[in-house]
Design a protein around this ligand. Structure first.
Ligand SMILES: Cc1ncc(COP(=O)(O)O)c(C=O)c1O
Length: 407
């Protein structure tokens, strides 16, 4: 199991004991990160992990901050396919692009990587009620893992959250609080409720939760046969995925198992792109933006937590970039992912593919570059509501011919 030595502020590096209340740095108020001691792995070498039959994120359990094996709550999350996109080779100008298909995770989104760890930690701490504020996917995920563990989940979602995601969380038995606000407003009232009721929070202020997405790095590295991608592209809202992926690759680097690091690119809708704005303006801090309407609902976060600063740092340290996609680019990404690669993603989940195409057009992805774009959420979670279904026909072959216009 992973061995936790303490918590640390990612900004000023001040160290804290695990028991600290609030999990924020007392000096800079940044969300703390867990320090996992990896020294026992130095003598081991990569084959120690690569030869394991386990395919979930727990294949990498020594990297994850859970100390009691019996506390692990799992639905088999992780080990998702890494699929080449041969038919889009021209769109990505000859780069070797793979899609990491996280739509097949147990609740259909990347959030399961985090919540398997968050809920396992809740069990270690003996907590009984877990909560989250979410654009929808984390709500469904927390609800599922809470159900698995026999805990009560309380989830806060903006009123406009796709009904499929709310239905999913409801099915798992969560108590649902729909708030007449967008995500940023929902987070504000959620924060007050947390203080009032003392629930265990599975949002991005939970350092244990944030470690779960390091598993991207290990899986990508293993599935590429030890090669390191030139680029990893991640749909980004709170920034946890991009920051954790960077952290995971850095751990492999420090162990001496890889000899270079990928560039990290974050992809956001132009309608709500605080990281892109901060990078372009050269700001150290991320300033909130007023979120505009976007079909990439899950990543519509105008005022992200300090984890977004960690993502921005990952972009800068890695020599990466941040891409803002127009609504038509996002729509096209979703269509291409479905029709040309067989992956049905929600719009937010496919923005990484659109970003790969844009970066190729801009010459940042070059022929032969090895690129991984993470596809983060399933299309069934946010189905189109404007789709006109074809009229139903009588069960008659002639009517089939007419419907398909084959004669
Ligand atoms: C489908 C999807 N992709 C990406 C993200 C972004 O996650 P992160 O907080 O890791 O930036 C989210 C967050 O809600 C999401 O639901």
């Amino acid at each position: 199991m992973g061995k936790v030595t303490g918590l640390r502020c990612p900004k000023c590096m001040q160290r804290y004991p695990v028991e600290i209340e609030g999990r924020l740095c007392e000096r800079c108020h940044y969300i703390l990160e867990v320090e996992v001691d990896l020294s026992s792995l130095h003598g081991k070498g990569p084959d120690y992990f690569l030869n394991r039959a386990e395919r979930s994120i727990w294949r990498w359990r020594e990297f994850l901050p859970i100390e009691k094996a019996e506390a692990i709550v799992t639905l088999g999350e992780g080990g998702t396919p890494l699929l080449p996109v041969e038919r889009l080779r021209r769109d990505v100008r000859g780069a070797e692009v793979y899609l990491k298909n996280d739509t097949v995770l147990p609740t259909g989104s990347l959030k399961d990587r985090s919540n398997a760890v968050a809920i396992s930690r809740a069990i270690e701490e003996g907590r009984t009620v877990v909560a989250v504020a979410s654009t929808g996917n984390a709500a469904a995920s927390v609800a599922a893992y809470a159900a698995r563990a026999g805990l009560q989940a309380v989830v806060f979602v903006p009123e406009a959250t796709a009904s499929g995601k709310v239905a999913q969380a409801t099915a798992y038995g969560a108590r649902i609080v729909r708030v007449q606000a967008d995500f940023d407003g929902t987070v504000r009232v959620y924060g007050k409720a947390l203080k009032a009721f003392g629930w265990y929070s599975c949002d991005s202020s939970n350092p244990w939760r944030n470690e779960g997405k390091k598993s991207y790095a290990y899986e990508i590295w293993a599935d590429l046969g030890g090669r390191v991608p030139d680029w990893v592209i991640h749909p980004t809202a709170g920034g946890v995925g991009a920051a954790a992926c960077w952290k995971g690759f850095n751990e492999l680097y420090r162990l001496g198992w890889i000899n270079r690091l990928p560039r990290i690119a974050v992809a956001q809708p132009a309608a709500c792109a605080p990281l892109v704005r901060a990078l372009e303006a050269g700001w150290d801090e991320i300033r909130p933006v007023e979120a505009q309407q976007t079909i990439a609902e899950s990543i519509k976060v105008g005022s992200p937590s300090t984890m977004a600063w960690c993502a921005l740092r990952a972009v800068r340290e890695s020599g990466g970039t941040a891409v803002a996609l127009s609504e038509s680019e996002i729509e096209r990404s979703q269509v291409l992912a479905a029709r040309e690669t067989g992956i049905f993603a929600e719009p937010a989940g496919a923005v990484s593919l659109g970003a790969a195409i844009r970066l190729a057009e801009e010459g940042l992805l070059r022929p032969g570059h090895l690129v991984v774009a993470v596809i983060t959420g399933h299309g069934l979670k946010q189905p189109r509501t404007d789709l006109a279904l074809p009229p139903a026909i009588p069960p008659d072959l002639r009517m089939v011919e007419r419907a398909l216009q084959v004669r």
